[in-house]
Design a protein around this ligand. Structure first.
Ligand SMILES: *Cc1c(COP(=O)(O)O)cnc(C)c1O
Length: 449
C-alpha cells in the first residue's frame, strides 16, 4: 500500500490496524486468506460477462467461463447440490432472486419472523420483497426453538408458495425433515410450493459436517452468503436440486426446473453483469472449504461458541435459548445487568471487542436500543483463538458489563452513550491494552499488503 498517495490507502492501513488489534465477535464476519484477497483484487474486475458460462452476451470470456465453471463445480460439491448459481452480489440478492424465480407478486411466503430471529430479507416491511409478496411470519417457542406447531398451522391456513427456514439470530438446529413432513401433510398442492433454507450464517458448518444439509431433507434450495462461515469474499450463492438445462433456456414453471428458473431470475431477472473477480475469489474460497482442515475449523467454531456461552452464563449473563447449538449467541444484557444492548456495544467497541446490539424475541418497539447483543465465534476461530481465550474474552465481557451497569446506575436518564461512559475511560483503556496484547498474538490470515 506504500506506493499510492491516495488517502484511501492510508485509511485502509488504519483498518488493518483496527482489525489486527481488536477481536471480531460479530457472527457474520470473518477473515479471508491471502489467495481470496488476490483473486478479488485482480484484473477480472475489468470484464463484462453478462450471461453464464458458454452463453455470454460479450466476447472475450474464455477465461471467465473457466473460472465461473470452477466456482460452480466446487460449490455443488460442497453442498451436494445439482446446481449452483455463484453470481448473486450478496445474500439479500440471492434471496430476492429465489423469491422472483418461484413466486408471483402477491404470493404468500411463510418465514421466521424478524423478532423471532429471522432476517430483514425474510419479509421485513421496509424491504422491497415485502411490498411484492405476502409474508407471513412464524415464531419461536419459549425454549427458543422454531414453534413447529405455529408453522404447521400457518402453512395450513395460508397455503404458502414458499416456506423459508433461515435466521440471523437463532441458536438451535432446525429440524428440516419435520418441516418437509409438515409441508407434505398440510399443503393441498405440494407441487406448487418450494422449501428454501437461508443458511447464510451456518453454511460453513454445513460443509464442515457439523450442521445438517437441508438439501438432504427434501428442501429444494439453499441460499447463503459467501463471506460469513464460508470464509470467502462478500457475496451470495444459490444451491438447488432439480434438472439442469442449458443456461437461460425457457422452461416450464415446475419444481424440477428450479435450477434454470433461478438462473434466469438472477440474470437477467434481478442483476446485470456478474462480479467475476468476486466469483474467482469464491472459487478460491470453495477450494479451501473442500479441504479436510475446514472440517476442523467448523468443529472449532462450535466448540468455541459453546465454551464462550458456558463462561458467559457462569458470569451471570442470561442467554436466549439457554446457549447455542450452532455458533450464534444472543445475550439478554437487560435482564442480566440492567443495561441495553446499544450501550454495551459502544462500551465493548472502546476496548476492541466488536459485536452488535440485537433485539430479543421479547423486545417491543425500536431496534436501536434493544435488550440484547449478538455474537459468534467464526472470526476468532479463524485467527486461532481456542477455548482458553474464550474464557478470557468472557471475563472481559463481564468486566465491561459491570462498568456499564455502574455507569447506568449513576446516570439513569442519560441517552448519550459517550457521556454515560465517560467516567470510566481509564478502566476501558486498561482492558483495551489487554485485548490488544492478546489480539496481536493471533495475526490476521491476510492483510492484502
Ligand atoms: C447475512 C444474512 C443475509 C444477507 O446477506 P447480505 O450479503 O448482507 O445481503 C441474508 N440472510 C441471512 C439469514 C443472513 O444472516
Amino acid at each position: 500500500m506504500q506506493n499510492s498517495k491516495d488517502e484511501v490507502f492510508e485509511i485502509i492501513n488504519d483498518e488493518i490496524i483496527r482489525q489486527s488489534e481488536g477481536l471480531e465477535l460479530i457472527p457474520s464476519e470473518n477473515y479471508v486468506s491471502q489467495d481470496v484477497l488476490r483473486a478479488m483484487g485482480s484484473v477480472l474486475t475489468n470484464k463484462y460477462s453478462e450471461g453464464y458460462p458458454g452463453k455470454r452476451y460479450y466476447g472475450g470470456n474464455q477465461n471467465i467461463d473457466k473460472i465461473e465453471t470452477l466456482a460452480i463445480e466446487r460449490a455443488k460439491e460442497l453442498f451436494h447440490a445439482d446446481h449452483a448459481n455463484v453470481q448473486p452480489h450478496s445474500g439479500a440478492n440471492a434471496n430476492e432472486a429465489v423469491y422472483f424465480a418461484w413466486c408471483k407478486p402477491g404470493d404468500t411466503i411463510l418465514a421466521m419472523s424478524l423478532p423471532a430471529g429471522g432476517h430483514l430479507t425474510h419479509g421485513s416491511p421496509v424491504t422491497r420483497s415485502a411490498k411484492v409478496y405476502n409474508f407471513v411470519g412464524y415464531g419461536v417457542d419459549e425454549a427458543g426453538d422454531i414453534d413447529y406447531d405455529d408453522l404447521e398451522r400457518l402453512a395450513k391456513e395460508h397455503q404458502p408458495k414458499l416456506i423459508l427456514v433461515g435466521y440471523s439470530a437463532f441458536m438451535k438446529i432446525p429440524d428440516f425433515k419435520r418441516v418437509r413432513e409438515i409441508a407434505d401433510r398440510v399443503l393441498e398442492k405440494p407441487e406448487e410450493t418450494i422449501l428454501m433454507a437461508d443458511m447464510a450464517h451456518v453454511a460453513g458448518l454445513i460443509v464442515g459436517g457439523v450442521h445438517p444439509n437441508p438439501l438432504e431433507f427434501g428442501f429444494n434450495v439453499i441460499t447463503t452468503t459467501t463471506h460469513k462461515t464460508l470464509r470467502g469474499p462478500r457475496g451470495g450463492l444459490i444451491l438447488s436440486r432439480g434438472k439442469v438445462s442449458s443456461p437461460l433456456h425457457r422452461v416450464d414453471h415446475t419444481i424440477e426446473n428450479l435450477p434454470t428458473l433461478i438462473d434466469r431470475a438472477v440474470f437477467p431477472g434481478t442483476q446485470g453483469g456478474p462480479l467475476e473477480h468476486v466469483i474467482a475469489a469464491k472459487a478460491v474460497a470453495f477450494a479451501e472449504d473442500l479441504q479436510p482442515e475446514f472440517h476442523t475449523y467448523a468443529e472449532n467454531i462450535v466448540k468455541n461458541a459453546q465454551t464462550l456461552a458456558k463462561e458467559l452464563e457462569s458470569h451471570g449473563f442470561k442467554l436466549q435459548g439457554g446457549g447455542t447449538d450452532n455458533h450464534l449467541i444472543l445475550v439478554n444484557v437487560k435482564d442480566s445487568f440492567g443495561i441495553d444492548g446499544k450501550t454495551y456495544e459502544v462500551a465493548l467497541d472502546k476496548v476492541g471487542l466488536t459485536l452488535n446490539a440485537n433485539a430479543l424475541p421479547t423486545d417491543k418497539g425500536g431496534a436501536f436500543r434493544p435488550s440484547g447483543v449478538r455474537l459468534g465465534t467464526p472470526a476468532m476461530t479463524t485467527r486461532g483463538l481456542g477455548e482458553a481465550e474464550m474464557k478470557t474474552v468472557a471475563g472481559w465481557m463481564k468486566q465491561i458489563a459491570s462498568l456499564c451497569a455502574k455507569a447506568r446506575k449513576g446516570k439513569p436518564d442519560e441517552t448519550d452513550d459517550e457521556a454515560l461512559l465517560a467516567d470510566y475511560a481509564d478502566e476501558f483503556e486498561q482492558i483495551r491494552a489487554e485485548v490488544r496484547d492478546l489480539a496481536l498474538k493471533f495475526p490476521l490470515p491476510a492483510t492484502g499488503c
